[in-house]
Design a protein around this ligand. Structure first.
Ligand SMILES: CC(C)(COP(=O)(O)OP(=O)(O)OC[C@H]1O[C@@H](n2cnc3c(N)ncnc32)[C@H](O)[C@@H]1OP(=O)(O)O)[C@@H](O)C(=O)NCCC(=O)NCCS
Length: 168
């Protein structure tokens, strides 16, 4: 089905929360805090990218991106995620459309690169790969991947926005 990808609007906050909760309900490797993270990022003004996919006037998928900090002082890096697709709409291409749109948006924002945390097989299709020099503490290498648009790749540790600690 044809979906419209667009920026979130004020009226989307609850639908986005619902999509996020539903998407992760039966997902592996989650502590079900994703909806709190999205909200905390928004409240902190750190939701650099927040795109929804809409079908028949209904928000059915969402992607967020927020700035990350790097221990070597490199700037312009973002973390993409959470990415959430309503279970009934999963595996229909919406997640991919949102990922591509988020990557395009970050490039328009002048980003130097992006990182993702999650299934390596899924994210590698968008050009992400593990970079041994770039580490998210506590996360096994294959599950943390990067995509650089510039020539240089930062080295060291990556930290997501403090909103990723949100619990409610
Ligand atoms: C993961 C998720 C965002 C993918 O979105 P989606 O719309 O279902 O995926 P797409 O239809 O764009 O899938 C594209 C491809 O990735 C594959 N794929 C989908 N989910 C996958 C997963 N969890 N692991 C590996 N591959 C996956 C699909 O089979 C498809 O492959 P194909 O093109 O060869 O058929 C979505 O399934 C979801 O919301 N899952 C629950 C929440 C989650 O785990 N989010 C990601 C972590 S932040």
């Amino acid at each position: 089905m044809q979906a419209t990808i667009r920026d979130e609007r004020p009226g989307d906050i609850e639908p986005i929360e619902n999509v996020t909760v539903q998407a992760f309900l039966n997902a592996p490797h989650t502590d079900h805090r994703e909806q709190h993270i999205v909200r905390a990022l928004r409240e902190a003004g750190a939701l650099s990218v927040s795109l929804v996919a809409e079908t028949r006037g209904e928000v059915v998928a969402h992607v967020a991106a927020s700035p990350v900090t790097l221990s070597d002082g490199a700037t312009g890096w973002y973390g993409i995620g959470p990415v959430s697709v309503m279970p009934a709409h999963q595996r229909t291409g919406l997640g991919s459309q949102l990922m591509e749109a988020a990557l395009q948006r970050l490039q328009h924002l002048g980003a130097a690169g992006a990182v993702v945390l999650g299934d390596p097989a899924y994210y590698s299709r968008f050009g992400f790969k593990p970079e041994p020099e770039l580490v998210l503490p506590g996360v096994p290498a294959p599950y943390f991947q990067a995509l650089a648009w510039g020539d240089s790749l930062p080295r060291g540790e990556v930290a997501y926005h403090p909103a990723f600690n949100a619990t409610g």
